[in-house]
Design a binder for this molecule. Structure first.
Ligand code: GLN
Length: 542
């Protein structure tokens, strides 16, 4: 039987609950325990796939094709194990399942209610993760205690606590301890109130993790313990880390967080071995050199939109004791000022995934600049599509080359654009690999890629077959493969089943590689991704 740890948040959102949950996961796993992670999102969207990156940040994609919350990215990077559909669900997913069952008549005429039907469905999601070989299941509730949307989840947590033995269920509450600059005071009242809110719902935390910008002394710790009814040693102070988020597990470890959890859950596990993790942090904190990489994107003002990309760059830099100085470039700025002006001095260029026409010309101008100036380049998903279109336009003599994604239904209806036209170099395909004008199928999750001998991609990966995660609808038109190759673009990776283009690169260029997949989802702090290592290696030489 597995043990369950629930993690809630109070006072404000964006406390870093995902990071803290992931850090606890890492600590427990480093003690030899087998852990599972789960993120519950109380919003009504069925998954974050349709949500605007400006509002929600990056959509993290798993091997099994789930479009999930970006916290699952933290989980994978810290706990170092693949997540999937089972590790994230929303209120929307719960309700759509219940309504579907109600329509089918599964409830035999009963009135369907939040208690017990919704709460049962929530508990079922937890039980789905329980297995003989899983010691601890860490369950994080999104949002803040007191939110209307969170109530059914907290009610399910309350019920679950009574259904299990006391040593099998633990509650951790995270809250903000604000600092008032004017009076120079640290305030514990909001934390007290958020714990009161929890207790009104009959949930008493066993541990409080306090997020703070300031040092918090023992008196304050004792006060929080007294007012929130927990032991003083169970009040953990998570002060902002000075250098990197990867230091969070160390801070928690110093205060014995994992010891307390193990004791509370009656788990007998040896001390964690964090030596590799510590070595990685040492490389991040004491870089010997800097490498400047431009990331040319569309949602660049919001850091969370390209979370995994930034992490992947950092991991690859750390492998070489290098700090990656990321220049975040809004693609439209290149359209206004030109690539020369904006990209002057960068050693490498990366174009991430994206959707829609806005910014595409700017991305292509950046790609052209990298191609013509022998600046190392990594294109990801939309980045590959833009690289192929740029190459078709400026090298293959198709000045009007386009992606069918940019064409409206009216364009197609009036015959001004078609996926069958010669200029349509990025197209839609149906499940039989026919090029179609509209519809098409989305490629989601892990797909195999066969790598051609003697290419940068093959050399970087050091193996013949890889699997990478996808999230896109459009593909390089198979009809233009010969044209691209005859002009010096190598198709270095293809899907072995569909023969779809997976990776392209340039023959006469130090490092110009673009992939249809999202390699950033598979990077790890202690195991950087090969393509990011390739980009950083080449950029350091530039
Ligand atoms: N918009 C492109 C497509 O749907 C690329 C998507 C992406 O970069 N993830 O194919």
């Amino acid at each position: 039987m597995s043990k369950f740890v629930f993690i809630t948040g109070g006072v404000v959102s964006s406390l870093g609950k995902g990071l803290t949950s992931a850090s606890i996961g890492l600590l427990l796993k480093s003690r030899g325990l087998r852990v599972e992670m789960l993120k519950m999102d109380p919003y009504i969207n069925v998954d974050p796939g349709t949500m605007n990156p400006f509002q929600h940040g990056e959509v993290f994609v798993t091997d099994d094709g789930a479009e999930t919350d970006l916290d699952l990215g933290h989980y994978e990077r810290f706990v170092n194990q693949p997540m999937g559909h089972r590790n994230n669900f929303t209120t929307g997913a719960i309700y759509s399942k219940i309504i579907e069952r109600e329509r089918r008549g599964d409830f035999n005429g009963a009135t369907v209610q939040v208690v017990p039907h919704v709460t049962n469905e929530i508990k079922q999601k937890w039980l789905n993760l329980e297995r003989e070989d899983v010691d601890v299941i860490l369950i994080e509730l999104g949002g803040t205690v007191g939110d209307i949307e969170g109530l059914p989840f907290l009610e399910a947590i309350r019920q679950f606590h009574l259904e299990r033995d006391p040593e099998d269920v633990m509650f951790i509450h995270m809250a903000l301890i604000p600092y008032l600059r004017a009076s120079g005071e640290i305030k514990t009242k909001p934390t007290q109130h958020s714990v009161q809110k929890l207790r009104e719902l009959a949930v008493q935390p066993d541990m409080i993790i306090c997020r703070t910008t300031q040092h918090i002394d023992d008196d304050v710790r004792k006060k929080i313990a007294l007012f929130c009814s927990v032991r003083p040693q169970n009040v953990i102070i998570e002060q902002d880390v000075p250098n990197t988020i990867y230091e969070v597990p160390l801070i928690l470890r110093q205060q014995g967080t994992d010891d307390i959890i193990c004791k509370r859950l009656h788990l007998d596990a040896p001390e964690p071995d964090l030596s590799q993790w510590q070595a990685m942090i040492d490389r991040v904190v004491n870089p010997e050199k800097t490498v400047k990489i431009a990331v040319v994107g569309k949602y660049i003002t919001l850091t969370d939109s390209y979370k995994s990309i930034y992490e992947a760059l950092m991991h690859a830099g750390a492998a070489f004791h290098a700090k990656v100085d990321i220049l975040k470039v809004e693609a439209e700025e290149i359209e206004e000022k030109g690539a020369d002006a904006v990209l002057e001095g960068v050693q490498g260029v990366l174009t991430p995934g994206g959707f829609g026409l806005r910014g595409a010309e700017g991305k292509m101008a950046a790609i052209q600049w990298a191609r013509e100036n022998n600046v190392p380049f990594l294109g990801i998903c939309y980045g590959l599509q833009c690289a192929v279109i740029e190459f078709a336009r400026h090298v293959c003599g198709l000045p009007n080359a386009y992606s069918i994604e940019w064409k409206t239904d009216t364009d197609i209806f009036e015959g001004n654009a078609s996926a069958q036209a010669q200029d349509a170099v990025v197209v839609l395909m149906d499940s039989q690999q026919n090029v179609v004008d509209r519809g098409g199928t989305m490629r989601l999750g892990a797909y195999a890629c066969w790598l051609k001998q003697g290419t940068h991609a093959r050399e970087a990966y050091g193996t013949e077959m890889v699997r990478e995660r996808h999230r896109h609808r459009y593909e390089v038109n198979p009809k233009i493969k010969d044209m691209l190759e005859s002009k010096g673009m190598i198709i270095s990776g293809v899907n072995p089943d569909s023969r779809l283009v997976e990776i392209v690169e340039l023959k006469d260029h130090p490092w110009f590689v673009a992939t249809q997949a999202h390699p950033e989802f598979k990077t790890r702090p202690t195991e950087p991704h090969p393509l990011f290592l390739g980009l950083i290696t080449a950029s350091m030489e530039n």
